[in-house]
Ligand binder design. Structure first.
Ligand code: DUC
Ligand code: ZN
Ligand code: ZN
Length: 463
């Protein structure tokens, strides 16, 4: 299988230029002017961008959570990814009680077997940190190619600071990265009690129960553990201005604290929790949506490099029957999470690039090149000879109104319903095979279920 993409504008993290791209088998084989290779498919890409496929390093495929489970499995989730221009997914793999980390990796790989349509990897999440589990970090990094490990500072399955320290030391030894869901559990527990006593239990109070300072404090504490150990940490789904300040402060002091944010924190604000007919429940996620002030700060952080990655935290639960049932009388019971894997690239282009908040090059960096670098995906994230042919031919003029029935995620709503997009994937290639293309009024999946592969990632060598 080969494809010759003619005359597109290639976008890298540092610049743009017009050239042809030839891909054969899995790889980009040549880039240059007037390439004349025989190819199975020739694409006229004049007027289009050639982007590296986006990488989503934060998804919860089929995750059991709050008495239910996230609804996309590896088939529906990666089909939605492909249609949105995402060609690699790094999914969280939550270790169960009594399970080893390596068993957790094998278990989740077995769920993905034969189902993924784009490439994927896993971040094991340490939830049962027995000494022998910490000792598995070495093998997970060196043998299994999963060098990033998630921990939660909140929820019943949180880890304590001592465990965080041990993990930071072990990942430092072997070139890993600890990813942290940073919220102070005691602040949240206290706020929950206060709000409960006052009978404040509608979705809006979810946001008040998890104030910015809960994130700020947890990030500051995690940063101290990094300072102690000389390791590295990556804050997932950063949501607040105060949290961002702590990330920046740490790095200004030479402490390696990195962070991602997500489109929901850039684009949606806490007034959404007041939508009528309980629809505020659609936005119940943790951390919660914040004020405009935080969103503005996050855009600035993204532009200036204080934030390195944009992910989705894709964690879909139906509104009807899940969001609107479990927590009707108490926000604490509403399954936390929202869908987003399919809308990542279109939102970042329309709301970020077209509106002048970030450059096209910065978009490529935070969705692909920088993400690949952060997570050891050495063959991904760039339009360059020798890299995997994960390519989005992107039409920057194509209009699209986001609406649930034109999307592929296995869920009954999108938080972005009705938003007008400018710029959509024209065609998407995963290791040289076309997996999605624009048809009439939306992007359609055209690939083969099972064509995605597990990708072994590289450890970090800079310690
Ligand atoms: N937050 C969510 O909103 N969903 C999944 C897990 C999480 O931390
Ligand atoms: Zn989280
Ligand atoms: Zn998450």
């Amino acid at each position: 299988m080969s494809v010759l993409i003619k005359g597109g504008r290639i976008i890298t993290a540092t610049g743009r230029y017009t050239a042809d791209v030839f891909a054969e088998g899995d790889k980009i084989k040549a880039i240059g002017s007037d390439l004349d290779y025989p190819a199975d498919e020739i694409v006229d890409a004049s007027g289009k961008y050639i982007l590296p496929g986006a990488i989503d390093p934060h998804t919860h495929i089929s995750m059991p959570f709050m008495g239910t489970h996230a609804q996309d499995d590896y088939e529906t989730g990666t089909i939605a990814a492909a249609c949105g221009g995402i060609t690699t997914v790094v999914d969280f793999d939550l270790q169960q009680k009594g399970e080893s980390l390596l068993e957790a990796i094998e278990r989740k790989k077995s769920w993905a077997e034969g189902k993924t349509v784009v490439d994927y990897s896993l971040h094991p999440a340490v939830m049962d940190p027995r000494p022998e589990v910490i000792a598995e970090v070495k093998q997970a990094i060196l043998d299994y190619g999963t060098p990033s490990f998630k921990i939660f500072m909140v929820y019943d399955f949180r880890v304590d600071d001592a465990t965080m320290i041990k993990l930071l030391e072990e990942t430092k030894r072997y070139g890993g990265l600890v990813q942290v869901h940073a919220e102070n559990v005691y602040i949240i527990q206290h706020m929950n009690e206060v709000l409960e006593k006052e009978g404040k239990l509608t979705p809006y109070y979810h946001s008040l129960s998890r104030p910015n300072i809960a994130e700020e404090e947890a990030i500051a504490r995690a940063a101290k553990m990094v300072e102690l150990t000389g390791s590295r940490i990556y804050i997932v789904h950063l949501s607040s201005k105060e949290g961002l300040f702590k990330v920046k402060e740490a790095r200004d002091n030479g402490i390696d604290v990195f962070a991602e944010t997500c489109p929901q924190y850039l684009l949606l604000n806490e007034d959404r929790y007041n939508e009528p007919d309980f629809q505020g429940a659609k936005y119940v996620m943790s951390p919660p949506l914040r004020t405009r002030e935080s969103s503005d700060a996050l855009w600035t952080g993204l532009k200036g490099g204080d934030l390195q990655v944009v992910s989705t935290d894709h964690c879909p639960f139906d509104f009807n029957g899940k969001k609107d049932m479990f927590g009707k009388d108490d926000y604490k019971k509403i399954p936390n999470g929202a869908p987003g894997i399919e809308t990542l690239l279109m939102l970042m282009h329309t709301e970020g690039v077209v509106k002048g908040k970030i450059s096209l090059e910065r978009m490529v960096d935070v969705l692909s090149t920088g993400t690949a670098r952060m997570f050891g995906l050495k063959d991904k994230g760039e339009i360059a000879v020798g890299k995997d042919a994960d390519i989005v031919v992107f039409d920057p003029e194509q209009k699209f109104t986001i609406t649930q029935d034109k999307l592929h995620m296995n869920v009954d709503y999108t938080p972005y319903e009705g938003m007008e997009m400018t710029g959509m994937p024209h065609s998407v290639y995963s290791r040289g095979k076309k997996v999605a293309e624009w048809r009439d009024d939306h992007v359609e999946f055209v690939g083969k279920v099972g064509s995605g592969r597990f990708v072994k990632r590289e450890p970090f060598e800079g310690f």
